[in-house]
Write a protein that binds this ligand. Structure first.
Ligand SMILES: *[C@@H]1O[C@H](CO)[C@@H](O)[C@H](O)[C@H]1NC(C)=O
Ligand SMILES: *[C@@H]1O[C@H](CO)[C@@H](O)[C@H](O)[C@H]1NC(C)=O
Ligand SMILES: *[C@@H]1O[C@H](CO)[C@@H](O)[C@H](O)[C@H]1NC(C)=O
Ligand SMILES: *[C@@H]1O[C@H](CO)[C@@H](O)[C@H](O)[C@H]1NC(C)=O
Ligand SMILES: *[C@@H]1O[C@H](CO)[C@@H](O)[C@H](O)[C@H]1NC(C)=O
Length: 779
């Protein structure tokens, strides 16, 4: 080639590089179609086995549906950092390697539906810091590893429907700080850990329909303060007892297509805002008026076999008075059959003599009643130890409370959940679970176990959750858990352990949550306790032990994020123990005897701390700078039920979402002015009540006028207020102060005799409603 042409070619290239806008440089992989103006690339159904490497860097929408990618390797989208939408539906993906999406910080929507993903790894979704929607439905997900979603702080909607989840572990969804809708329908869930949904403070809609839940997960649900809509349809529940649903903001509850035979009139007493309740297609014969929901507008009883006699009259009267629309029809007696409930006048709901009624009901059922549907799907039975039940399809086996004295053997080889609680094993010898190598979750609560021989769980290479709660363990063999290397959640609460079982944890490199509540541990030593025993532990629960001493640096660990030390015997904030606990987000120190909190008490964790609980510690004083360093990151602070007259400087806590100051005898005078000003400034509702001086006792800090006369009331926040003109803070012992001065106590629960989950037999007459009780109710 001649020099001149080389030069002109080079010059031409230069022109292209310099002047052509990026859109026009767009390269398009051969099999794809590209729209350069919309920056979209579509390569659907091309049998691609890898992400085309030549997709233009500036692409924002990439559609790879219906290909054959199989594995998404680390950095699979390195070359397209500007993507906002990525569709990977039906790509035969089995595995998403950690870091696969790491470069996609702008991605808003990710669709991974209809693939074959089984496990969500800890870092599968790393880097997706803007993601709003994640579709993982129609996969085979059976395991969510701890921390799988921690990076998805902006996610609004997570779809995990049509997967194979059996159990949701504690904190499974940790990190989803903006989640609004969580969809878990169409799985095989039969158990939800109490803290399964912990941390989902923004969730307002939860779908759990089409699962295998046999009981309403009351405790788990109370962790969801903002949920307004809960769908539990199509779960095999037979009974709903008193206070089953305790959800302050719930408005819509779907309990249709279950197997409900009875529902306590108090079942919804803790769901005050409920407006729509769907009980259609259950097996209810009658229903009492429901206590609690004052706003109920609609109660759907379609598809139940409601027997319209006098026992239904209170409900009908209640619905009329309260304007509750009843949907559904009478199934009998004959003359009211198929009559819409709403159209039946209360007086038409009559009972004749007892005998007549019984006879009539009997005839009614004889003629028209179909056999009661079974409460759970019949499952085919195969190999299963005596006195146990094995559900091969659901991969569960249970021998709960069957009086076994030795661990039964011979479970189906694919069993994943093994429930042996409430037996009498006393002692677990080595290799107690041969052939149980697929078990993920093992229940051994209430088994009177006092000793576990080294290697007891040997061979359980998939064991992830182990429940040894409420046994009689006083110590643990260092090799107790050897051979179960995947153990991640370990429950040892309710034993008699006197020491932190450090050496026994050594074989468990992945331990994530350790429950040691209700033991008798009094010392946490030595320095570096955690970093040597359980270096990756995130949650340590030591509630209700006898801890008095914690070594300096005991919690040195960059992973620990939740530490419960409540109900112990600490006399001060264990500041020194927290050095290097640089990720600690939740600290519970309630119910210790910490009378004084000194300066900078939380300094080591001030940057990470999100939730701090210090209720009922007998606290009399917090230094003004006790919270020094803690800033906008703190979301929750509770110091209720203490003896505080003044509070530390709260003005840096601009991110607070929950604050509890109740039950403190606050001294309503000028030193409290910064609090008062701060209260006016923050958007959250603050309940604070004066305890002193006597004439203001019981009044809200917000309402009293004493602050008007304080000098310098315009001084900028954070500045020390001028010396108050009177009532300087004394250090004399305080006069006894009524704890109740901040009356905001929860209403005392009306605990009637617990009604048992009775299965109403078809021929059984519905129990007569207690008329006097009905009359007392406010409707
Ligand atoms: C994809 O591969 C299958 C089987 O290998 C073949 O039948 C099909 O025609 C291919 N489709 C395309 C679009 O290449
Ligand atoms: C009541 O339940 C039935 C059966 O589930 C359903 O078809 C109907 O739409 C429900 N009615 C209302 C108003 O929700
Ligand atoms: C601590 O545990 C004991 C024994 O399990 C129990 O009786 C007690 O009520 C618990 N205390 C607290 C404060 O939870
Ligand atoms: C903190 O501890 C107190 C006292 O044991 C308990 O009532 C409360 O539920 C705990 N809070 C959290 C979030 O753990
Ligand atoms: C009130 O809010 C303003 C604006 O956010 C802030 O600058 C100021 O420090 C706040 N005052 C107090 C007392 O928190």
């Amino acid at each position: 080639m001649r020099l001149s042409s080389v030069l002109s070619a080079a010059a031409g290239l230069l022109v292209v590089l310099l002047y052509v806008s990026p859109v026009e440089t767009g390269k398009c992989p051969r099999v794809c179609s590209c729209d350069n103006s919309k920056l979209t690339v579509a390569c659907m159904g091309k049998n691609l086995t890898e992400v085309p490497p030549t997709v233009d860097e500036i692409t924002v929408k990439l559609d790879l549906r219906n290909n054959d990618l199989q594995v998404l390797p680390r950095g699979a989208f390195l070359h397209t950092p500007y993507l906002t939408h990525l569709n990977l539906q039906r790509c035969n993906i089995m595995k998403v390697k950690e870091g696969a999406f790491r470069t996609l910080g702008r991605l808003v929507s990710l669709n991974l539906a209809y693939n074959n993903i089984e496990i969500l790894y800890q870092e599968s979704f790393d880097g997706l810091s803007s993601l709003k929607e994640l579709h993982l439905d129609h996969n085979r997900v059976e395991e969510i590893q701890p921390g799988a979603f921690t990076q998805l702080g902006f996610l609004n909607m997570l779809a995990l429907t049509h997967n194979q989840l059996v159990y949701i572990p504690n904190m499974a969804f940790q990190g989803l700080q903006n989640i609004k809708w969580l969809r878990l329908s169409h799985n095989s869930l039969n158990n939800l850990a109490t803290e399964a949904f912990a941390g989902l403070f923004t969730l307002n809609r939860l779908s759990l329909d089409h699962n295998e839940l046999q009981f309403f997960p009351t405790q788990t649900m109370t962790r969801l303060p903002e949920v307004t809509r809960l769908d539990m349809s199509y779960n095999p529940m037979t009974y709903l007892g008193e206070e089953s649903v305790s959800m302050a903001k719930l408005t819509h509850l779907y309990l249709d297509h279950m197997s409900l035979q009875d529902l306590s009139d108090m079942a919804l007493s803790q769901a005050p805002l409920l407006s729509y309740l769907d009980l259609s297609h259950n097996q209810l014969r009658y229903l009492e008026p429901l206590s609690g929901p004052k706003e109920l507008a609609s109660l759907n009883l379609t598809g139940n076999r409601i027997y319209c006699n006098c026992y239904m009259r209170p409900l009908r009267e209640w619905s009329r008075r309260g304007g509750v629309k009843l949907l559904g029809a009478c199934a009998g007696p004959a003359h009211l059959s198929d009559e819409p409930l709403q159209a039946v006048a209360p007086l038409e709901l009559r009972c004749r003599s007892r005998e007549e009624t019984l006879k009539e009901e009997f005839e009614e059922q004889d003629g028209s009643r179909e056999p009661a549907p079974p409460t759970a799907k019949p499952k085919k039975k195969v190999k299963c130890p005596d006195n146990c039940d094995c559900d091969v399809e659901a991969q569960h086996a249970t021998c709960e409370g069957r009086g076994h004295t030795k661990v039964p053997r011979g479970f189906p080889p694919k069993t994943q959940l093994l429930d042996l609680r409430s037996n009498h094993f006393h002692y677990l010898p080595a290799s107690s679970f041969p052939g149980a190598d697929q078990v993920v979750s093992l229940h051994l609560e209430f088994c009177k176990i006092h000793e576990i021989e080294g290697g007891a769980f040997r061979g359980m290479k998939k064991l992830f959750y182990l429940y040894l709660s409420d046994n009689d363990l006083t110590s643990l063999d260092p090799a107790a858990f050897a051979g179960a290397p995947d153990l991640t959640y370990l429950h040892l609460e309710g034993n008699r352990l006197a020491q932190f079982p450090g050496s026994a944890l050594a074989p468990l490199p992945g331990l994530f949550a350790l429950h040691l509540e209700r033991n008798v541990i009094s010392k946490l030593e030595p320095t570096g306790l955690l970093s040597s025993a359980a270096p990756k532990l995130r949650g340590l629960y030591l509630t209700n032990n006898t801890v008095t001493a914690i070594a300096k640096g005991a919690f040195n660990s960059a992973y620990l994020d939740t530490l419960h030390l409540d109900s112990n015997q600490l006399t001060e904030v264990p500041t020194d123990a927290l050095t290097e606990a640089s990720s600690l987000e939740e600290l519970n120190l309630s119910r210790n005897s910490i009378r004084w909190v000194g300066p900078k008490a939380f300094q080591p964790v001030s940057q990470s701390l999100r939730r701090l609980y210090m209720d009922e510690t007998g606290m009399e004083k917090m230094s003004r700078d006790s919270l020094a360093g803690v800033g906008a990151g703190l979301k929750t602070l509770t110091v209720g039920g203490n003896q505080l007259e003044q509070l530390p400087d709260l003005s840096p806590l601009t991110g607070l979402e929950v604050i509890d100051l109740r039950g403190n005898p606050l001294l309503c005078d000028c030193p409290l002015l910064p609090l008062r000003r701060w209260m006016e400034n923050v958007s959250l509702e603050v309940t604070a009540t004066c305890g002193h001086p006597p004439e203001l006792r019981g009044q809200s800090v917000r309402d009293v006028h004493v602050f008007k006369s304080c000098p310098d009331s315009s001084s900028p926040p954070g500045e020390k207020p001028a010396t108050p003109p009177k009532a300087p803070k004394t250090n004399k012992p305080k006069p006894p102060v009524l704890k109740a001065s901040g009356v905001q106590a929860r209403p005392v629960k009306a605990k009637a005799k617990p009604s048992k989950p009775t299965k109403t037999k078809p021929q059984k007459k519905p129990k007569a409603p207690a008329v006097t009780k009905q009359n007392k109710k406010t409707m």
